[in-house]
Design a protein around this ligand. Structure first.
Ligand SMILES: NC(=O)C1=CN([C@@H]2O[C@H](COP(=O)(O)OP(=O)(O)OC[C@H]3O[C@@H](n4cnc5c(N)ncnc54)[C@H](OP(=O)(O)O)[C@@H]3O)[C@@H](O)[C@H]2O)C=CC1
Ligand SMILES: N[C@@H](CC=O)C(=O)O
Length: 398
């Protein structure tokens, strides 16, 4: 018997999936007791491509794939909400399992696809939509069911972390670091998605839906990217012992999911400080187990293919159906003080009532304490992750 696959997209991810299936055939057959074969590949511009094997149908017309009678699984590695969502709906209606890496589409259409899949008794795999090769979806779905997840915090965009690392370590310009991320297959087809925080937001929304059964409402979303961070700022804060990281946070409080996606400054005593390059990391706080961190490659050909192939292995397993939107037990912590850098004189004018200026650590740069969290309107107030005691005690630098 054979599991026949249609692969939508033959770029970084699609090629990674094809090659992985070829190279790991023996292992896949042992795990699935069946041969796994890519029988059709969909691309947009057929002139750019050649079929990897004579037996594979290469096409730019999805209808031809839809008409094939022998497809068992459709893997989506194309770009954008449409036509991907329509293709996957029609695949499900034909009784095919689907697996997707397309987070922009899944963040928008997960409910429709999941409901449809239930109706047609097929599965939807989406491990690759969040944090590349890190198995976060299966961990949450299968291994943290009794636990109440109170908070998720992490670096969810590999391209942003890669750019920030290269700008700091190798003094690359933003444009050169981005060009390198594109060359290595990390960036989105439109890299605005990466550097303006959209991609990290899509991933946070997918996690939110999985954990709390709902996405954050628009007024509960703060989305900021890294595009406006200058190399001089990175160097300046590095000299103060702080690293810029692009961090997504999801919490359930006051009957709502709250999501912030923003650049922060990380102290060396915080676990995210050492997460460098294309690595992602996800920190989960749950009421029984406490804190768990997962770290690994957040983008790229084979890490993403790994997530897709693992979905293939687990496709027919039944998922836990329940999600719980329960209040966080972290209310006390949330109302506790958070540390911030107020950067530039105008930042002081934006401080909320009750904010306390703790220390001037450099010219026009203060450590400030604020009650709870704050919605960031511009880059002159930057949250510090980690214990800021060192900063509060350090001598002013010039
Ligand atoms: N790169 C990564 O590290 C990761 C990417 N993803 C997601 O995986 C998906 C693919 O990413 P990636 O491989 O990097 O992207 P690429 O741009 O490298 O490849 C996209 C592929 O999809 C095809 N394609 C795009 N739109 C259409 C369409 N409308 N109809 C038919 N084919 C289409 C393209 O065809 P053609 O070649 O002819 O233009 C190309 O083969 C995206 O949704 C992305 O967000 C998820 C996790 C990690
Ligand atoms: N462009 C994305 C790819 C993986 O999701 C990223 O850089 O994280």
């Amino acid at each position: 018997m054979t599991i026949n696959i249609a692969l939508l997209g033959y770029g970084t991810v699609g090629k990674g999936v094809y090659r992985t299936i070829q190279q790991h055939q023996g292992r896949l057959q042992k795990l699935l007791s069946e041969e796994v074969k890519v029988v059709a590949i969909l691309v947009r511009d057929i002139k750019k491509h050649t079929a990897p094997d004579q037996s594979v149908m290469l096409t730019n017309q999805y209808e031809k794939i839809q008409q094939l009678e022998n497809i068992d699984v459709v893997i989506d590695a194309i770009v954008g909400i449409e036509p991907a969502a329509t293709y996957l709906q029609s695949a499900i209606e034909k009784g095919r399992h689907v697996i997707t890496a397309n987070k922009e589409m899944f963040a928008e259409k997960s409910n429709i696809l999941r409901e449809l899949a239930k109706k047609y008794h097929v599965s939807v795999g989406y491990e690759a939509t969040v944090a590349g090769g890190i198995p976060i979806i299966q961990t949450l779905k299968k291994l943290l069911n009794a636990n109440k997840v109170t908070k998720v915090e992490g670096i969810l965009n590999g391209t942003s972390n890669f750019i920030l690392t290269k700008m700091r370590e190798e003094q690359l310009s933003f444009d050169n670091a981005l060009a390198l991320a594109q060359k290595l297959g990390y960036a989105e087809a439109d890299p605005t998605n990466d550097v303006e925080g959209f991609d990290a937001y899509y991933k946070a929304a997918i996690l939110s839906e999985l954990i709390y059964g709902e996405k954050p409402k628009s007024e509960q979303i703060e989305r900021n990217g890294i595009a406006s961070i200058a190399k001089s700022d990175i160097t300046f804060f590095n000299e103060l012992g702080l690293r810029y990281k692009h961090v997504a946070t999801i919490e359930y409080a006051h009957s709502q999911v709250k999501c912030a996606v923003r650049p922060v400054l990380v102290e060396s005593n915080h676990p995210l400080y050492q997460v460098e390059g294309v690595q992602n990391a996800i920190h989960i706080e749950a009421d029984i187990v406490g804190s768990i961190s997962l770290q690994g490659p957040g983008a790229g050909m084979y890490p993403t293919a790994s997530a897709i192939i693992e979905d293939l292995i687990h496709l027919s397993e039944k998922d836990q159906e329940y999600t719980f939107n329960e209040e966080s037990t972290l209310d006390q912590q949330r109302s506790a003080k958070t540390s911030w850098i107020a950067y530039g004189r105008s930042a002081l004018q934006q401080l909320p009532e009750g904010a306390e200026i703790m220390k001037m650590i450099a010219n026009d740069t203060w450590v400030v304490e604020i009650e709870g969290d704050l919605r960031i309107e511009d880059a002159s107030l930057i949250q510090i992750l980690g214990d800021a005691t060192r900063l509060k005690e350090m001598k002013k630098i010039h």
